[in-house]
Design a binder for this molecule. Structure first.
Ligand SMILES: [Zn+2]
Length: 52
């Protein structure tokens, strides 16, 4: 099973979550929708929630 991932384009960091929602570490992707894209990459965020 692959976790849903969403990439923060300006930093290249990949979070657990999906575009249009809130990442598992608490970022709201709706605030700046153009900064986020759906991703199938490995999650690189090490904040609580994304890294489990
Ligand atoms: Zn995260």
């Amino acid at each position: 099973m692959i976790d849903m991932a969403v990439k923060h384009i300006p930093t290249g960091e990949v979070h657990k979550g999906y575009k249009g929602g809130i990442t598992d570490c608490g970022f709201d992707t709706r605030a700046k929708p153009d900064h986020w894209e759906e991703s199938v990459e490995k999650i690189t965020c090490d904040k609580k929630g994304c890294k489990n």
